[in-house]
Design a binder for this molecule. Structure first.
Ligand SMILES: [Zn+2]
Length: 297
């Protein structure tokens, strides 16, 4: 069983991993904390960008010689694949880490899993630690990987003129892009959520072919996009809604609606059919409802 210090360190590793949201694609956002035998933190790190050191490499570099005999706490199973850098499981073995505590096993691991390779090298390995909490950050990447398409969020405002895009400059709009890879607009034009952030050639977000919603998403996935935001009103979302490809909607409705007549001509009162309420809160003059497809449509 994971020690209390390891569980606490995993929660810190989750926070570190979230710092990579929106920049690591197509790689996963991962965090790592290194503990000495007394359970004190001696190094930490997270994966920032494809082509740069993985979370374990960052944390081991920070710990230096203190990694000898230490425990590495990492949100995702260390990689076991010889790519442009040597695999993280080898870095952990070379650093003489004694124990590795893992949140989630990597469903994409190649050449067998890193956990198995670590065990074979005599490292004590524990898996499944705080997996549900790790999924708060890794969930979108895992879902995108499983479905081989980006996870899709559609934010919209219910206004007098119908269902429209979030106004430019709205703080929530910026926040959403900060955590995403790319933005798709009406007409199929696609840009990086924050241009230039991924580095040249890391994401291939050329305008998507318009033949079907599914093929648009498949080609963006091939281009490295894992989290996609729709920027537009009903017209941009309808093909994706009809194909059942919208994973989350954020519906904004102005506050202060007591004794008012609702807008006329809406296709639905607030959420698309089949979506259920996951969260509701006030944000800067609006109520924001988070909706997700329900189990029963
Ligand atoms: Zn790695």
């Amino acid at each position: 069983m994971a020690a209390a210090a390891e569980v606490a360190a995993m929660r810190r590793a989750i926070a570190l991993s979230a710092a990579g949201l929106g920049t690591t694609s197509p790689n996963p956002p991962v965090g790592c904390v290194v503990l000495n035998p007394a359970g004190e933190m001696v190094g930490e790190g997270y994966h920032q960008r494809k082509g740069e050191a993985h979370a374990e490499g960052q944390a081991l570099a920070a710990a230096g010689p203190l990694a000898d005999g230490a425990t590495a706490v990492v949100t995702l199973e260390p990689c076991n694949h010889q790519g442009r850098t040597s695999p993280c499981r080898q870095a952990l073995i070379d650093a003489r880490v004694r124990r590795v505590v893992i949140g989630i096993i990597d469903p994409t691991s190649r050449d067998g899993g890193g956990a198995a390779a670590l065990r074979a090298a005599g490292v004590d390995v524990e898996t499944g630690v705080l997996a549900d909490e790790v999924r708060v950050v890794l969930g979108s990447w895992l879902a995108a990987t499983q479905r081989r398409r980006p996870v899709l969020t559609w934010p919209y405002v219910i206004s007098g003129s119908g269902i429209v895009a979030l106004p430019d400059g709205m703080e929530d709009s910026w926040r959403l892009r900060l955590n995403a890879d790319a933005v798709l607009r009406a007409g199929g034009s696609v840009t990086e959520a924050i241009p230039g952030r991924h580095g040249a050639g890391m994401l291939d977000v050329k305008d998507a072919p318009a033949d079907s919603a599914a093929s648009v998403l498949a080609s963006l996935y091939e281009g490295g996009v894992r989290r996609l935001v729709l920027d537009g009103g009903l017209e941009v979302a309808v093909p994706f809604l009809e194909a059942g490809l919208v994973d989350q909607v954020l519906a904004y409705i102005a506050e202060g609606r007591a004794s008012r007549r609702p807008e006329v001509g809406l296709p639905w009162p607030l959420l698309p059919p089949g979506f259920i309420v996951r969260d509701a809160r006030r944000v800067g003059g609006f109520v924001r409802l988070t909706g997700e497809p329900g189990k029963i449509r």
